[in-house]
Write a protein that binds this ligand. Structure first.
Ligand SMILES: *[C@@H]1O[C@H](CO)[C@@H](O)[C@H](O)[C@H]1NC(C)=O
Ligand SMILES: *[C@@H]1O[C@H](CO)[C@@H](O)[C@H](O)[C@H]1NC(C)=O
Ligand SMILES: *[C@@H]1O[C@H](CO)[C@@H](O)[C@H](O)[C@H]1NC(C)=O
Ligand SMILES: *[C@@H]1O[C@H](CO)[C@@H](O)[C@H](O)[C@H]1NC(C)=O
Ligand SMILES: *[C@@H]1O[C@H](CO)[C@@H](O)[C@H](O)[C@H]1NC(C)=O
Ligand SMILES: *[C@@H]1O[C@H](CO)[C@@H](O)[C@H](O)[C@H]1NC(C)=O
Length: 332
């Protein structure tokens, strides 16, 4: 009985506690992205916000502002147009609403060619229905980092050429290119998929990105069935960000045969003197060390016996009774 009664009560409490519904006086709630949006300098970004349930926002006044700026207006929409008179100049010609989607309650703001100073908290406000929410945007300047150390592989193996953006940002929707020795296209990823038509035939069917890592800015390349002609310099970059972000590079070194395999065919220890040379030396050194330690220990024991022959048993007995009272004191 108690459970049946408390359940709806609890649900009501939880729902009204939700910050998004807390200010709901109409029948629609403004819901914006609660996760901080991190993007690179130079890209376009959408700050997602919508009215739920979907409500026609076409005729509403819609304010996108940054309270920390002066003037604070980023994009004010009223009577079907942008009120640019008081717009902060740094946002001139860089903001846009999805006007044809306002009717569905989509009040998202698109910012073009973001700069570092676009980092901040954006407030979306609909005065007529008293709805407001905040979206946090972080714009970072990243470096593309390949590998300082060359990557080594053996003919026929698969290899990962590491490359990532630091600090990381989501490159899922951006074009990513890999180039070999400054000329051949190794791999092109664009429009959310690989573009095999633009890659050199030498790399056909042999390359892939880690698609589920792209959102973390990881653009590492997997190259399969490595051959000697794959040896060289690989460059990774994001063409859209060429002006803001450098390129990364990785050097691949290809060995014809695995070095370990040359030594492995003879795993049985043969008493071949040249092969055992280092082993023997190590053995002698270790044995000598053990002997020295034994001798030293023996000498010390012998000396103690000689100097105070009757003390040893007494010491052992004295220690124990002392320990017990000490422990009891500690516990009290
Ligand atoms: C609003 O519309 C734009 C453009 O179609 C879309 O990219 C965005 O995801 C939509 N946002 C929401 C919250 O529906
Ligand atoms: C990017 O690289 C440049 C030089 O290569 C360096 O000065 C800068 O600190 C790096 N930035 C980051 C965020 O690592
Ligand atoms: C190579 O690509 C062809 C189509 O272009 C495909 O049929 C084949 O399965 C691929 N081979 C491998 C090993 O992926
Ligand atoms: C990128 O992804 C690859 C494959 O999962 C992984 O080996 C590598 O460590 C990742 N790099 C970074 C910087 O996370
Ligand atoms: C690997 O590449 C070699 C040529 O470099 C080719 O002969 C061989 O069939 C390839 N192996 C696989 C598994 O694709
Ligand atoms: C790769 O780059 C290194 C230094 O960046 C250079 O010394 C080397 O000659 C290059 N190798 C090729 C094959 O271009």
């Amino acid at each position: 009985m108690i459970r049946l009664l408390t359940y709806p009560l609890l649900t009501t409490f939880v729902l009204s506690f939700d910050p998004n519904t807390a200010q709901n006086q109409g029948d629609s709630t403004l819901i914006c992205s609660t996760e901080k949006i991190t993007v690179s300098v130079g890209v376009d970004v959408v700050l997602p916000c919508r009215l739920q349930p979907a409500t026609d926002a076409e005729s509403m006044r819609l304010e996108w502002t940054r309270p920390d700026l002066q003037p604070q207006d980023v994009h004010i929409h009223q009577d079907g147009r942008l009120l640019f008179e008081n717009q902060n100049p740094s946002y001139s010609f860089r903001t846009r609403l999805f006007v044809d989607q306002l009717i569905n309650g989509n009040v998202s703001l698109k910012l073009s060619r973001v700069t570092l100073s676009d980092t901040g908290k954006y407030r979306c406000y609909l005065p007529s229905i008293h709805q407001e929410a905040v979206v946090e945007l972080s714009v970072v300047k990243s470096n593309v980092t390949g590998s300082h150390e060359p990557v080594q592989a053996v003919v026929g193996q698969d290899v990962i050429l590491p490359c990532h953006l630091e600090p990381p940002f989501d490159v899922t929707t951006l074009r990513v290119d890999w180039i070999f020795n400054g000329e051949l296209r190794v791999h092109v990823h664009r429009h959310l998929k690989d573009d095999p038509d633009s890659q050199h035939k030498k790399f056909k069917n042999r390359t892939s990105l880690f698609l589920d890592e792209l959102h973390q800015g990881n653009i590492s390349l997997k190259l399969t069935n490595v051959s000697e002609t794959d040896e060289g310099n690989y460059t990774c970059y994001v063409p859209k960000l060429e002006r803001q972000v450098n390129r990364g590079s990785v050097t691949l070194i290809v060995d014809q045969v695995e070095k370990k395999e040359v030594e492995q065919p003879d795993p049985t220890p043969s008493p071949d003197p040249p092969h055992l040379g280092p082993g023997l030396v190590a053995g002698i050194v270790i044995s000598s060390l053990i002997c020295l330690v034994c001798l030293a220990a023996g000498f010390i024991w012998w000396k103690r016996e000689r100097m105070c022959p009757a003390q040893n048993p007494d010491e052992g007995q004295d220690n124990r009774p002392e320990d017990v009272p000490l422990q009891q004191q500690g516990q009290q």
